[in-house]
Design a protein around this ligand. Structure first.
Ligand code: ZN
Length: 501
């Protein structure tokens, strides 16, 4: 036992002898995150507590009273950079209550709530201090962001929601160290970079750093940005290390897959997928029947689109990773959470599976996965582009994407027809001899100067077969894609990684 622990123990005994300590909760730690619009403080507690809070002005302070509790924490020396806090003080109140005073640099809108223990943390008291200018109240009153116009043709907006963040680590990897929140952010950022480069697309990040965004606010942010599609990125967890593969969930009212929907709802609290009531519709002003009809029409459309988009993305992902479920899964919703944006959730793989966890932690693989998701997104939108978008204009005017990934059921003649080419033209552009194409194969289209491939820069100690194994491609395919005869490779050399067959 360390000295500090012994002292603590003695102090507890003393507190106990005064008849106040046995149920006293200790504030063990204080953690802090800064998000663009709020500061989150988390108090780690040894037990659940009763608390109350109030604001004071001149100067601005937030006072939190926690019943029957104490702390040995020193709040000196904390870094309050960028936050609305300038200092924290604590003291005993009414004999057994703890009062914590937060000195503030400006007015805030506080939101306090407690969190039950999870796999990593015990009881917690969370204090979200929303900046007065960026509080949830004032944000919902903001006019919706205007769309980015390209001439008269707008961009298609994709909202990317990196799961979890800050206080909420999400799933923990097989090694006890890999955290889902970091994986989801990395893949989301890679997806952002892919989409940003594409003409006609504007990605929007729901969270940009290691902080938490409340589930119900995520679709709100998407809606404010007039998103055409909402993509939530997650990584999975299972009690054994064998579970593996990607699963794509689509927003749906269908209860056919109860097991999965209940599971994802429990684990991800699937409101990530739920649009929340409202959007631009002021339902309160409408007759009940009309309101219900409008909501169901909107929902029916969003669900159908979610399924089509999800299928397109799943088909693209089949070219880079293992698929757990061959079809898009349904995540059912509570009826009143009416979605107005087609929404999908991608479980990118299992962090409890060492092989998948290592791949998902690797920058090259994250980019490869992001590329496949982006490819699924663009094929979905090219199929039926929203009216008034640059992509719709491209399609009408025969401007075609630079490449496409072969999906299940595709044939050369169908692809050629879709892009106004003859089969012979398509074959000659791609140097194809026969008429066979593989799922995941990338076909170049006319005007293409940067085919959709991913690269791997060789590090010290890597071998060709290890690299092939890592990306799940065959050694022969890897050699062929790089015109290699033997297994000789050089550090720093860049390899083209072909799609998985
Ligand atoms: Zn998750």
């Amino acid at each position: 036992m360390e000295v500090s622990t012994i002292i603590r123990y003695i102090q507890l005994l003393i507190l106990g002898s005064f008849g106040i300590g046995l149920q006293a909760a200790e504030v063990i730690d204080l953690r802090m995150w800064r998000a663009p619009d709020h500061t989150r403080l988390v108090l780690d507690l040894s037990d659940s507590v009763e608390y109350s809070s109030f604001l004071l002005e001149d100067p601005h302070r937030l006072v939190v009273d926690i019943k029957s509790s104490f702390t040995y924490l020193s709040f000196n020396g904390l870094d309050f950079t960028d936050s609305s806090i300038s200092g924290i003080r604590s003291g005993v109140r009414n004999g057994d209550s703890l009062r914590i005073v937060f000195d503030l640099t400006s007015a805030v809108v506080p939101n306090a709530f407690s969190l039950a223990p999870n796999s990593e943390f015990g009881e917690r008291l969370v204090l979200d201090l929303y900046d007065k200018t960026g509080s949830p109240q004032s944000q919902s009153a903001e006019p919706p962001a205007t769309r980015v116009e390209t001439g008269a043709r707008r961009d298609i907006v994709i909202a990317i929601s990196a799961g979890h963040g800050g206080e909420d680590p999400g799933s923990i990897g097989y090694d006890g160290r890999i955290k889902e929140k970091n994986i989801t952010l990395a893949i989301s950022q890679a997806l952002y970079e892919c989409l940003e480069k594409l003409p006609g697309y504007k990605p929007v990040m729901i969270r940009e750093g290691d902080y938490y965004v409340e589930l119900k606010r995520r679709p709100e942010i998407a809606r404010r940005n007039r998103a055409d599609l909402f993509i939530a990125i997650h990584a999975d967890w299972y009690r054994n290390s064998r579970a593996r593969g990607v699963t794509v969930y689509a927003l749906s009212g269908d209860r056919a897959d109860r097991e999965n929907s209940a599971r994802v709802a429990e684990k991800e609290n699937s409101s990530d997928l739920l649009g929340g009531v409202g959007g631009d519709l002021a339902l309160g002003e409408l007759d009940d029947d009309v309101a219900l009809t409008l909501v169901s029409l909107q929902m029916a459309w969003s669900m159908e689109q979610s399924l089509i988009a999800g299928t397109s993305i799943l088909d693209s992902l089949a070219g880079v990773t293992r698929i757990r479920k061959n079809k898009v899964q349904h995540a059912s919703l509570q009826v009143l959470n009416s979605p107005d944006i087609p929404s999908i959730l991608i479980e990118t793989g299992y962090l409890t599976n060492p092989e998948e966890a290592l791949r998902l932690s690797n920058r090259n693989f994250q980019e490869r996965m992001a590329l496949a998701i982006a490819d699924g997104v663009t094929s979905y939108f090219y199929e039926a582009p929203p009216v008034g978008t640059l992509v719709a204009w491209h399609k009408e005017n025969g401007v075609i994407p630079k490449s496409l990934t072969v999906k299940r059921g595709d044939t050369l003649s169908e692809i050629a027809e879709q892009f106004g080419l003859t089969v012979t033209e398509l074959k000659s552009i791609n140097g194809l001899q026969g008429n066979t194409i593989q799922i995941g194969q990338v076909l170049e289209l006319p005007g293409n100067d940067s085919p959709l491939t991913s690269e791997h820069k060789i590090q010290r100690g890597e071998t060709l077969s290890e690299i092939a194994q890592f990306y799940r491609v065959s050694l022969a395919d890897l050699r062929a894609a790089n015109n290699l005869r033997g297994d000789r490779i050089l550090i720093g050399q860049k390899l083209i990684i072909p799609p998985v067959r």
